[in-house]
Design a protein around this ligand. Structure first.
Ligand SMILES: Cc1cc2nc3c(=O)[nH]c(=O)nc-3n(C[C@H](O)[C@H](O)[C@H](O)COP(=O)(O)O)c2cc1C
Ligand code: SF4
Length: 418
């Protein structure tokens, strides 16, 4: 029987309180890290665990922490990314509301590992309630002596702040987030240099997702082997899946990494709404390539999804039934990326604009067969040609929708020509 850890106690009253978190073993890992481990030992355990980032790219957390230079007199920073703006994604919000101390404790341990004395939790502006939950949890941690100066007599100092965003999707991208935190417009930076070398205030910075950091206390407390025993060894651990769309029981499900997508939809999610047939599934938030109903017998982990040409992304599983108009669904997605493009680079700024325009034309019955090819070509010219991955995120859904559901695009064109 799989033991829920990230969401195990969230249904008890006042689960967000420090005292209730401590009853489940909370802050033992923080004590252990400070008293029994060096920073390098913490990094080593996280490396051994194969914890991979839950924010979208799946980069190994321990390896990233190891990139922070050891010989610099600049201050280091830990940024907890609570922007959670990816369409179809609502798992970090659940952690913040129900188990905020897990991501706070994970941020403390990560700060210790990378020798940062300042941590910011960057939270999307719309999460007003969640920002308050975090602020009061941080206050509790200060009162208990888990934050501040000379924490638990260790000589280690750490301050933690909540910083609210102003509603831009691009501020979830790590360098857009860094710019925004510095008080500027959230324009992503060209990499390299990567944030671990030159991040916020041009100092070494690690950016990690809320859920990634929430896993850390459990790894330190229970060990890397425990973590690796859950799901595939190349990217294991407990995982939060967000299930939405045409499904009977939408919600956040904590399951082992690598749960079968079909099982997630039909067993945990209760199947398709109104017992309709399934048409398509987006497995990792709107930025990743779509799957057809025939492709869903797949394990929901980084490598298995990559093998079939899509991604785990933020694990935002969007289910679409047989009645879904795929041209319209793609138009919704394209509209989002056109609106959220920061405008810095031409392929993304112009390409997202033209993609939306072409889709509107096809949807309204004015499109031609050449417009379908042009739409795919526009996406090809965005992909891999931009400063940040928002461009790829805009292009990949277009490429996959047109490839896998071309007949629906053609049907609209034929209807208009008739
Ligand atoms: C357009 C865009 C939006 C993103 N939004 C988020 C977000 O809301 N939350 C998040 O954790 N990562 C987001 N990311 C990924 C971050 O850039 C970064 O990879 C992540 O925060 C690193 O944390 P992790 O290694 O723990 O996953 C976004 C990336 C892009 C390109
Ligand atoms: S890809 Fe788009 S969002 Fe990213 S920097 Fe370029 S214009 Fe901005």
């Amino acid at each position: 029987m799989f033991e829920k850890v990230l969401t195990g106690h969230i249904n008890i009253p006042d689960s967000q309180k420090l005292a209730n978190y401590e009853k489940t073993g909370g802050y033992r890992a923080w004590r252990k890290a400070l008293k029994e481990m060096t920073s390098d030992q913490v990094i080593e355990v996280v490396k051994q665990s194969n914890l991979r980032g839950r924010g979208g790219a799946g980069f190994p957390a321990g390896m990233k922490w190891g990139f922070v230079p050891k010989t610099t007199d600049k201050p280091h920073y830990l940024l907890n990314n609570a922007d959670e703006s990816e369409p179809g994604t609502f798992k970090d919000r659940l952690i913040i509301n129900g188990n905020p101390h897990s991501t706070i404790e994970g941020s403390m341990i990560a700060s210790y590992a990378i020798r940062a004395n300042t941590c910011y939790i960057y939270i999307r502006g719309e999460f007003v309630k969640e920002a308050k939950v975090l602020e009061s949890a941080i206050r509790e941690a200060y009162d208990k002596g888990y934050l501040g100066k000379n924490i638990l007599g260790s000589g280690f100092n750490l301050d933690m702040y909540v910083h609210r965003g102003a509603g831009a999707y691009i501020c979830g991208e790590e360098t857009g987030l860094i710019e925004s935190l510095e008080g500027k417009r959230g324009w992503p930076r060209i990499k390299p240099p990567f944030p671990a070398i030159e991040g916020v205030f041009r100092c070494p910075t690690i950016v990690n997702n809320v859920e990634t950091l929430a896993c850390v206390p459990y790894i330190i407390e229970r060990g890397a082997e425990w973590f690796k025993s859950i799901g595939p060894a190349s990217g294991p651990g407990p995982k939060l899946y967000c299930l939405s769309g045409h499904v009977k029981k939408p919600g956040v499900y904590e399951l082992p990494m690598g749960v079968n997508l079909k099982e997630l939809i039909y067993e945990y999610g209760g199947g398709i709404l109104n017992d309709k047939k399934l048409k398509a599934v987006i497995p990792g938030g709107s930025s990743v390539p779509v799957l057809t109903a025939e492709e869903i017998d797949v394990a929901m982990d980084f490598d298995s999804l990559a093998k079939i040409g899509t991604m785990l992304g933020s694990a935002g599983v969007i289910v679409m039934d047989e009645d879904t108009d795929m041209v319209n669904a793609l138009l919704n997605i394209a509209h989002f990326y056109r609106h959220e493009s920061c405008g810095q680079c031409t392929p993304c700024r112009e390409g997202t604009h033209w993609a939306e325009k072409l889709l509107k034309k096809i949807k309204s019955g004015q499109g031609t067969m050449a417009d379908i090819d042009l739409l795919a070509e526009v996406a090809d010219h965005i992909n891999f040609r931009t400063i940040c991955p928002l461009g790829d995120a805009a292009a990949m859904p277009i490429q996959s929708f047109v490839k896998k559901f071309r007949h629906e695009f053609e049907a609209k064109v034929r209807k208009s020509a008739a």
